[in-house]
Ligand binder design. Structure first.
Ligand code: CP
Ligand code: NVA
Length: 304
C-alpha cells in the first residue's frame, strides 16, 4: 500500500507529526548549508491544472535539494488537456516517477489519481482542500509558539479549501479554531462534522470577525475569490466586506499573535497592506515553510 496525502483528516496522525518534526530538522540542515540527498535518482511528476508560484517552486526546489528531480506537467502541453483519462495518466506516470503531485479542481480527481496510481499521490490543492499549505502553516505556528496545545487560530473569510484544511489540521494538532465566515460561505459540512466528532480541540463558527479574533494567537485569511471563482468576484467583494485582517482586528487578538495568509494576497481586500507588512506578520516565513514541510513529506511518502 502506498501512502498518499489527499486530505489531512485521512493522513495518519503518526505521519502528520513525523512530517512536522522532520521538517524542522530539514530546515535546520538547509540553514547550515548541508546536503541531505535522500531522494537521489527519484522523480516527482507535478500536474498543474491551475496556476501556482509557491507550490510549483517549492516542490521543484525541494526535490532538487534532496537530490531528486521534478517534472512540471500542464494540461496545455500534455495529453491530460486533450482528455486522456486520469486512470490512464495515473498508471502511466506510475511507471516513470516515484510520486505524483496534483493541483486541480475537484477533490474526486485527486482521489481517482490515487486510486489508480501505484506511487504516492499528493494533493497540491483542489477546490476542497490544500493540505500541503496547512503542513507549512503548522510548522510556522510550531516555530513561533513551540507547542500547539492551548493555542487559538482565527480564520477570517471564505470557508474555502484553505478553511477546510485548516479545520482538519488544527483539530489534528489540538489547536482551537474559530472561523468567521459570511452566511453562505461556511466550510464544507462534512469537514465540520468530522471536526466535531474528532473533538480534539474546540471549533467555533461565527459571523463576527472580532469574535473569532478575540484572544487569538494566530489570525489567518485567504482570498475572497479563489481560482475558478473569477466570475463571482464582484458579488464576493460585497458579501465579504468587513471580513478583513487589519490593525483594528489585530487589536482583538493577543499582542503576541501572528498573522498568516497562504498567499497570493489581495491587499486592500482580505488583508491590508499594513497587516501584511506589520510586526505580527509571518507570511513570508510561512511561504518559506512550504519548502521544508514538503521536503519532509516527499521523504516520508517516497522512502517510507
Ligand atoms: N499558497 C499557494 O499554494 O500558493 P501558489 O498558488 O502560488 O502555489
Ligand atoms: N483559496 C485559494 C488558495 C490559493 C493558494 C485558491 O484556491 O485560489
Amino acid at each position: 500500500m502506498t501512502k498518499d496525502l489527499l486530505t489531512l483528516a485521512s493522513f495518519p496522525d503518526e505521519d502528520f507529526f513525523k512530517v512536522l518534526e522532520r521538517a524542522e530538522l530539514l530546515k535546520a540542515i538547509h540553514a547550515r548549508g548541508e546536503e541531505r540527498l535522500t531522494l537521489r535518482g527519484r522523480s516527482l511528476a507535478m500536474v498543474f491544472e491551475k496556476s501556482s508560484t509557491r507550490t510549483r517552486v517549492s516542490f521543484e526546489a525541494g526535490m532538487s535539494q534532496l537530490g531528486g528531480h521534478a517534472i512540471f506537467l500542464s494540461p496545455s502541453d500534455t495529453q491530460i488537456g486533450r482528455g486522456e483519462e486520469i486512470r490512464d495518466t495515473a498508471r502511466v506516470l506510475s511507471r516513470y516517477v516515484d510520486a505524483i503531485m496534483v493541483r486541480t479542481y475537484s477533490q474526486e480527481s485527486v482521489e481517482e489519481m490515487a486510486k489508480y496510481a501505484s506511487v504516492p499521490v499528493i494533493n497540491g490543492l483542489t477546490d476542497k482542500h490544500h493540505p500541503c499549505q496547512v503542513l507549512a502553516d503548522l510548522l510556522t505556528i510550531k516555530e513561533k509558539f513551540v507547542k500547539f496545545q492551548g493555542l487559538k487560530l482565527a480564520y477570517i473569510g471564505d470557508g474555502n479549501n484553505m478553511a477546510n484544511s485548516l479545520v482538519e489540521g488544527c483539530i489534528k494538532a489540538g489547536i482551537d479554531i474559530s472561523l468567521a465566515c459570511p452566511e453562505g460561505y461556511e466550510p464544507d459540512p462534512g469537514v465540520l462534522a468530522w471536526a466535531r466528532e474528532t473533538g480534539r480541540a474546540k471549533m467555533e463558527l461565527t459571523r463576527e470577525p472580532a469574535i473569532a479574533a478575540a484572544g487569538a494567537d494566530v489570525l489567518y485569511t485567504d482570498v475572497w475569490a479563489s481560482m475558478g471563482q473569477e466570475s463571482e468576484k464582484a458579488q464576493r467583494q460585497r458579501h465579504f466586506k468587513g471580513f478583513q485582517i487589519n490593525q483594528g482586528l489585530i487589536s482583538h487578538a493577543k499582542p503576541s499573535c501572528i498573522v498568516l495568509h497562504c498567499l497570493p494576497a489581495h491587499r486592500g481586500e482580505e488583508i491590508t497592506d499594513e497587516a501584511m507588512e506589520g510586526r505580527n506578520s509571518a507570511v513570508f516565513d510561512q511561504a518559506e515553510n512550504r519548502l521544508h514541510a514538503q521536503k519532509a513529506l516527499l521523504e516520508l511518502l517516497i522512502t517510507g
